[in-house]
Design a protein around this ligand. Structure first.
Ligand SMILES: Cc1cc2nc3c(=O)[nH]c(=O)nc-3n(C[C@H](O)[C@H](O)[C@H](O)COP(=O)(O)OP(=O)(O)OC[C@H]3O[C@@H](n4cnc5c(N)ncnc54)[C@H](O)[C@@H]3O)c2cc1C
Length: 472
């Protein structure tokens, strides 16, 4: 009889883990607390009927470029990537926008004097994305298969965004880098903030920054459908309160964060491991707003209409201040805002002629500050008249995000702070293994961390299979 395994949680990592186990011939059940699978990759009518909003992730470069997802026949289950003509636009106060072009040659040309430096930073990794992505999206502690490539990446990536920005002559290029690096939730003078900025740009050139047609739920649906073809099952509205309930299963993987693992499996874990888990640090949170709009956003800079993603925060210095203030535990007065306008490129998201927008800014973990006015002031700054287009809005404080996905502790969308220590050992030096035999953790609280790529689940399941049945 096939071994029985279960996965707690059906986020992208839980589903990736379940697929790897099912591919190996295990009988796999996935337990999901919410009524629909997907975790932070779900799409819902959050405002008005007919308006489809991504509850969590919206723009999926690492989903499209995921070394594991790319091996699966997800297109056969309806997944279609939609690319905007340019991945990203970053409007500025002079009424223009700097555009991140997907094509590296065009990008270099558009950057003028900064083009050669940009090219030198990006080229080796863009050209070798298929070798680079698997290295990037796995535990840092494993020995690289392409040591020279990774050494080259490390040389720039270990720098802060601040240090990398010094190489650029133009304020515009520096502003672009600041927005990319701010995805890290770090202050821009922290080491590794540069790595995140570079990775975001490299993925834009190598893969693009697509959305999935119909919303991120389409990726989830395709993963679920593929799992079902492998004999797996997804049981929704099934919150696991204690792993003791799962005695029918020989192997358990938790798509949960350390705090939840302690709550549901505490009695199975050693005191030392529990102490290590309790030391795991969560990162800043997100304050998010979904909009139903009567028309497209009235950007001052027409180039903004070419991109599905917008970075709203102005200059490098302004974005640096916003992120530093937030890192110091205060809400920023002019927050850096990430905005997506998927319906411009995917008409399935809204009734004809209408649009959706998705926007969030970074706040301290668990913050109760109402950031709505500040967030909308940043949109109005680059798109005067925006508020008049709003037919409905839905606001998610960090607590509201957590109430819809228990992994979003205090609004942390990355499954824990992504700093140097927690990148190396995530959530502990054991990475995916726990102190309990046959119990593993596979969420974004393990390497390589946040983002929709499924690689945490993929690696966790591979480690669990490699140890089976010799461990115990
Ligand atoms: C607002 C927001 C914006 C984001 N934007 C992007 C983006 O544009 N691009 C990108 O790549 N990433 C983005 N992310 C991050 C990305 O969505 C996450 O990193 C990714 O979803 C993590 O996947 P996961 O499987 O580890 O966890 P999750 O997706 O959080 O899934 C965890 C699942 O486990 C379930 N669960 C938890 N506890 C239990 C239990 N006890 N019993 C049963 N089920 C349980 C939860 O209900 C949930 O379904 C965003 C996230 C948020 C919230």
């Amino acid at each position: 009889m096939a071994l029985r395994a279960c996965v707690i949680g059906s986020g992208p990592n839980g589903l990736a883990a379940a697929i790897v186990l099912a591919q190996a011939g295990l009988q796999v059940d996935v337990f999901e607390a919410e009524s629909t699978p997907g975790g932070a990759a779900r799409t819902m009518e959050l405002t008005l009927p007919g308006f489809l909003h991504d509850f969590g992730s919206a723009v999926l470069p690492l989903g499209a470029g995921s070394p594991f997802f790319s091996t699966l026949p997800l297109h056969r289950h309806g997944l279609e990537w939609v690319h905007s003509p340019a991945p990203l636009a970053h409007p500025l106060d002079d009424g223009t926008a700097i555009v991140l072009e997907r094509d590296l040659k065009s990008m270099k040309a558009s950057l003028g004097a900064d083009g050669p430096v940009w090219g030198k930073l990006m080229e080796p990794f863009v050209e070798r994305w298929s070798e680079f992505a698997p290295e990037l999206l796995r535990p840092v502690v494993s020995f690289p298969r392409h040591p020279f490539l990774m050494a080259r990446f490390g040389a720039s990536a270990l720098l802060s965004a601040h240090s990398i920005a010094r190489r650029f002559k133009s304020e515009r290029t520096r502003a672009l880098l600041a927005g990319l690096a701010a995805h890290s939730f770090m202050s821009l003078d922290e080491i590794l903030s540069g790595a995140v900025g570079l990775t975001m740009a490299v993925s834009a050139h190598a893969v693009g920054w697509p959305v999935s047609r119909g919303g991120s739920q389409a990726l989830t649906q395709a993963l679920c459908a593929h799992l079902v073809t492998l004999g797996g099952q997804i049981k929704t509205s099934s919150r696991v309160a204690a792993v003791a309930e799962l005695s029918d299963y020989q192997l358990i993987l938790g798509d949960v964060t350390p705090r939840q693992l302690l709550a549901i499996a505490g009695e199975r874990l050693s005191p030392a491991y529990k102490r290590q888990l309790a030391k795991f640090r969560y990162g800043p949170g997100a304050f998010k707003v979904d909009y139903a709009l009567s028309g497209p956003i009235p950007w001052k800079a027409s180039e903004c209409g070419r991109a599905a993603t917008l970075h709203l925060g102005g200059s490098f210095e302004e974005i640096a201040v916003s992120e530093l203030t937030m890192r110091n535990g205060q809400p920023a007065s002019r927050p850096f805002v990430l905005l997506a306008q998927p319906s411009l490129f995917d008409p399935t998201r809204a009734p004809q002629g209408k649009h959706t927008a998705w926007a969030y800014c970074h706040v301290p973990n668990g913050s109760r500050e109402d950031m709505l006015d500040k967030l909308e002031a940043q949109i109005e700054r680059f798109a005067p008249g925006f508020r008049e287009c709003v037919s409905a809005r839905r606001v998610f404080s960090p607590a509201a995000l957590e109430s819809m996905d228990a992994n979003l502790i205090g609004g942390d969308i990355s499954g824990g702070a992504m700093d140097a220590r927690q990148l190396l050992f995530r959530p502990t030096w054991r990475n995916y293994a726990t102190s309990a035999p046959h119990l593993y953790i596979c969420s974004s609280s393990t390497p390589p961390g946040g983002g929709v790529h499924g690689m945490c689940g993929y690696h966790a399941a591979r480690v669990a299979l490699a140890r089976w049945p010799w461990r115990d």
